[in-house]
Design a protein around this ligand. Structure first.
Ligand code: FES
Length: 218
C-alpha cells in the first residue's frame, strides 16, 4: 500500500512547513576580497620626505640667486660711482687740454648712469664748457641754455656763447650778453676741484630752465 501522506515535492525543495534554512554566502571574487590594510613602512616615508626637501632646495636656490641679480642695481646704487668721487665730482679734463687764454672748450662728462633696475657704466651724462683764465683758475659752465634748455654753441669769431634756439647770447664768463635775451639768467657755472695739481674735476648738475634764480634739479 502506498503512503499518500508523503510529500510529492522534489528532495531539494523545502516543504511548505519546513523551517527556513540558512542561505550559504557565496564567495566573493578574488579581486573583491578585502585585503588587510597596508601600513606604509617608515623607510618609505623618510625617503619621500627627503625627496620633497631636496626638490625644494633645487627650486628655491636658483630663484633666490635670480632675485638677487634682479635687485642688484638697487642694492649697489650709490652716489659718485664710476668716474666720480664721494662728493659727486667727476674728472673731466687736465690742464694739458686747457691752455691758458684759449676759448672755452666742450667736454663730455662721463659717469655710470643708473636707473631703477640697470647700471650703464661710463656713459655721457652731460656736457660742459671749460676755460682757463690763469694758471690756477678754471671756469666750468653747463652747456644747457637757461632759457628752455637748448645746447649753447661758442662763436669763436664773436667771442660769445650763442643759443641757436631763441637768440640768447652770453659772454665767455657766462653772463648775459644781449639785452633782449629771452634767458632770465646767465649760463650756469658748476663747482670744480683741481686734483693732483692738474686734473679738473666738475660737479655736474642740471638747473631748472626759465627762472631768474638758479635752482638745481633733483
Ligand atoms: S633756449 Fe636758448 S634762448 Fe631759448
Amino acid at each position: 500500500m502506498t503512503d499518500d501522506s508523503k510529500s510529492t515535492y522534489p528532495l531539494d525543495m523545502p516543504e511548505p512547513n519546513d523551517p527556513p534554512q540558512p542561505v550559504a554566502a557565496s564567495p566573493l571574487p578574488v579581486s573583491e576580497t578585502p585585503q588587510p590594510a597596508m601600513v606604509e613602512p617608515r623607510r618609505n616615508f623618510l625617503s619621500k620626505s627627503l625627496a620633497v626637501v631636496i626638490g625644494g632646495i633645487v627650486t628655491l636656490v636658483p630663484f633666490a640667486a635670480g632675485l638677487a641679480v634682479f635687485t642688484d642695481p638697487l642694492r649697489t646704487r650709490k652716489k659718485g660711482s664710476g668716474n666720480g668721487d664721494d662728493d659727486g665730482f667727476i674728472k673731466v679734463a687736465t690742464f694739458d687740454e686747457l691752455p691758458v687764454g684759449d676759448p672755452p672748450q666742450r667736454f663730455q662728462v662721463i659717469d655710470d648712469r643708473v636707473d631703477a633696475w640697470n647700471m650703464f657704466p661710463k656713459e655721457p651724462v652731460g656736457t660742459v664748457y671749460l676755460s682757463r683764465s690763469t694758471e690756477d683758475e678754471v671756469l666750468a659752465l653747463c652747456v644747457t641754455c637757461p632759457h628752455v634748455g637748448c645746447p649753447v654753441d661758442y662763436d669763436t669769431a664773436r667771442h660769445v656763447f650763442q643759443c641757436p634756439c631763441h637768440n640768447s647770447s652770453f659772454k665767455p664768463t657766462g653772463e648775459i650778453d644781449n639785452q633782449d635775451s629771452p634767458a632770465a639768467r646767465g649760463m650756469d657755472a658748476l663747482e670744480i676741484k683741481i686734483k693732483n695739481k692738474n686734473e679738473v674735476w666738475v660737479k655736474y648738475q642740471e638747473f631748472r630752465p626759465g627762472t631768474a634764480e638758479k635752482i638745481a634739479e633733483a
